[in-house]
Write a protein that binds this ligand. Structure first.
Ligand SMILES: NC(=O)c1ccc[n+]([C@@H]2O[C@H](COP(=O)([O-])OP(=O)(O)OC[C@H]3O[C@@H](n4cnc5c(N)ncnc54)[C@H](OP(=O)(O)O)[C@@H]3O)[C@@H](O)[C@H]2O)c1
Length: 371
């Protein structure tokens, strides 16, 4: 019986700056249908920090439980099978999906046609289905080895943007003539504005697409050339406050919400709360005039999958993805972080908002990744 050494990158649930690397050992002796995966790489963006920030509210700590008071932040990436007791899953197969920030994941697999498997480990059964499916890269028509870093970084975020674009179009944009996107440099925002700009052109919509970003990120955001107007947070007065406006908020910054709501008044017709990148500034003294509506991608995905069916859902998503990925790879450069010490630096920087939006961060923790 061979033992496999593994590590988990754990963080204290109520004190995200406090982290602990936990070493553990897996046996290659597995129970029926169990599969042991070695995680080759995963992406890391503010979205992972948000998983930690809302981990208790939205059950993100429940995916990969660890020692008491600590949690493992989930991340999207690719892993190889190193041991399998499932008849349809072989050592060496490579799967894309939702992994712990760890070197390994042990799952109980239930295969779905040939496309991949569900992890049906008991504690995951009550969690949103979208997170429990692992895609066999050999069966995935949009997978290529050359784009797997981009897939790890953008695919989960892109799904959200695809769903928001679809949702707004379904609602006829609430009759808005302006869409205001905060944290315009974030990857989810870039995906969203690309989809909106494409729709605007195809359907000749009267929509002013405005990106709000930090002063230092204006140059980067301009590179994508899809926002109609890009403003820094210091220039909110340049917003066309007379337009009927939808806000798509990725920052979660209370004071920014307050300023935008005051500026737009009754012209704010829909306030869509998607992200919390500025998680340390969620609270503020001034009461917000209007409440927003929280957008949760897994819920919307389930609604759309029921209406379109899973096959059509994937086809629509696949077409939109191809269009986006060709554009975005021109402006993003991949940055690799190898080993746990390197991840510590990235994680702590990201917590503090030290983010260079031009970088697509890929983490490689496992020792075979590091050779
Ligand atoms: N509701 C859902 O279902 C859902 C799904 C997917 C993503 N999201 C959320 O969308 C948000 C964006 O995620 P992402 O991965 O796309 O982000 P990202 O690419 O890592 O975003 C980076 C940008 O966010 C801003 N930022 C990051 N950290 C900050 C901080 N601490 N303080 C202030 N600004 C900060 C900066 O943009 P600016 O300078 O432009 O402000 C930075 O360039 C996350 O909160 C994520 O959880 C939600």
């Amino acid at each position: 019986m061979t033992a496999i050494n593994a590590i988990d990158f754990t963080v204290q649930i109520n004190k995200l700056h406090h982290l602990q690397i936990v070493e553990k050992v897996y046996s290659e002796e597995l129970a029926p249908n169990q599969v042991l995966l070695e995680i080759d790489r995963f992406s890391f963006t503010s979205n992972n920090i948000t998983y930690g920030v809302v981990g208790e509210q939205l059950d993100y700590w429940k995916f990969f439980p660890t020692h008491s008071g600590f949690g493992i932040i989930p991340a999207w990436g690719l892993a190889n099978v190193v041991a399998s007791k499932h008849p349809d899953i072989q050592v060496g197969q490579r799967f894309y999906g939702y992994y712990p920030m760890s070197t390994h994941l042990l799952v109980t697999a239930k295969t779905s046609k040939k496309q991949g498997f569900w992890d049906v480990t008991e504690h995951r059964n009550s969690l949103p289905a979208i997170y429990n499916f692992y895609t066999d890269t050999a069966q995935d028509s949009s997978y290529t080895p050359e784009t797997e870093n981009l897939i790890s970084i953008f695919r989960p975020l892109f799904v959200t943007s695809f769903l928001i674009d679809d949702f707004l179009a379904e609602e006829n944009f609430y009759e808005a003539t302006q869409i205001l996107i905060t944290s315009a440099s974030s990857k989810t925002a870039l995906a969203l504005v690309s989809l909106l700009a494409n729709r605007k052109q195809k359907e000749t919509l009267n929509l002013n697409l405005v990106g709000l970003t930090s002063k230092k990120n204006i140059g980067f955001v301009s590179k994508l050339a899809v926002y109609d107007q890009i403003l820094s947070y210091e220039h909110l007065a340049d917003i066309r406050e007379f337009e009927k406006t939808v806000i798509i908020d990725f920052t979660g910054n209370h004071n920014l919400q307050y300023q935008l709501q005051r500026l737009l008044g009754n012209n704010l017709i829909y306030n869509c709360l998607v992200g919390l990148v500025d998680w340390q500034n969620q609270a503020g003294e001034k009461e917000l005039p209007t409440k927003g509506e929280f957008f949760f991608a897994p819920t919307q995905a389930e609604i759309r999958q029921k209406v379109w069916g899973p096959t059509e859902f994937q086809q629509r998503l696949g077409r939109a993805w191809q269009f986006f990925i060709n554009n975005i790879q021109q402006i993003i450069s991949i940055k690799e972080y190898i080993g746990p010490e390197s991840l510590k630096v990235l994680y702590l920087d990201m917590l503090e908002g030290k983010v260079n939006p031009e970088h697509g961060n890929i983490v490689r923790l496992s020792s075979s990744s590091r050779i």
